[in-house]
Design a binder for this molecule. Structure first.
Ligand code: PRP
Ligand code: URA
Length: 209
């Protein structure tokens, strides 16, 4: 059974508060997405396995820890997930990156796939799927289903803001996937936007509206 973790760290709460403000500029918004993604990833990577490694300090030989053989892959859901992947890569720059392109039909709210490129050895890696918004859950569900069809088993999902509807859908569809959420909001509006939310994450990151 999976677990759902809702962040309560003051830094995350403060920064998400700044992101919600419609007067926050594109430049600030982008930086905040990266920073909050790093903070959530800090939690989501807490139980990665470590192995011993012998090194020499300038003074003596010693044994240090390194993230062990289980290697990592971050999979952003395009477009908005790209900015979260940036945060993950700052902390684990050796992670590989897979891209899944999905857009949500504005009428039906159903996700449509338009791109998928994954590392060849992704099945041997621990996978972190990232997308700032978990609204109906359709996009996250579709991305994780696609990964599972390719044989990938170890998947975690990270988002900045979630609606209860999306969390419920993801928990039901993928009970084996741990979910890490920056803030759990109230509900979806009639257009499938999260309330109070922060608007359209992709548009705010890329300045497309
Ligand atoms: C947004 C967001 C998620 C999706 C969430 O992407 O980044 O991928 O909507 O909604 P859901 O949970 O109801 O599926 P969008 O489709 O707007 O694409 P974009 O990132 O290219 O702006
Ligand atoms: N996608 C977004 O970018 N924002 C929402 O509130 C819902 C879906």
């Amino acid at each position: 059974m999976s677990s759902t973790f809702i962040m309560d760290h003051p830094l995350i709460r403060h920064k998400i508060g700044l992101m919600r403000d419609k007067n926050t500029s594109t430049m600030e918004f982008r930086a905040l997405v990266t920073e909050v993604a790093m903070l959530i990833y800090y939690e989501a990577s807490r139980n990665l396995q470590l192995a011993d490694k012998v090194i020499e300090t300038p003074l003596v030989k010693t044994t240090v820890k390194e993230i062990s053989g289980k290697k990592l892959c971050v999979v952003p859901i395009l477009r908005a997930g790209m900015q979260m992947a940036e945060g993950v890569l700052r902390l684990t720059p050796n992670a590989k990156v897979g891209h899944i392109g999905l857009y949500r039909d504005e009428e039906t709210l159903e996700p449509h796939e338009y791109f998928c490129k994954l590392p060849k050895d992704i099945v041997d890696r621990e996978v972190f799927v990232v997308d700032p918004m978990l609204a109906t859950g359709g996009s996250a569900d579709a991305a994780i289903t696609l990964l599972k069809r390719r044989g990938i088993e170890k998947i975690r999902f990270l988002c900045l803001i979630a609606a209860p509807e999306g969390v419920e859908r993801l928990q039901k569809a993928h009970p084996d996937v741990d979910i890490y959420i920056g803030a759990l909001d109230e509900r979806l509006n009639e257009n499938g936007y999260i309330l109070p939310g922060l608007g359209d994450a992709g548009d705010r990151i890329y300045g497309t509206k």
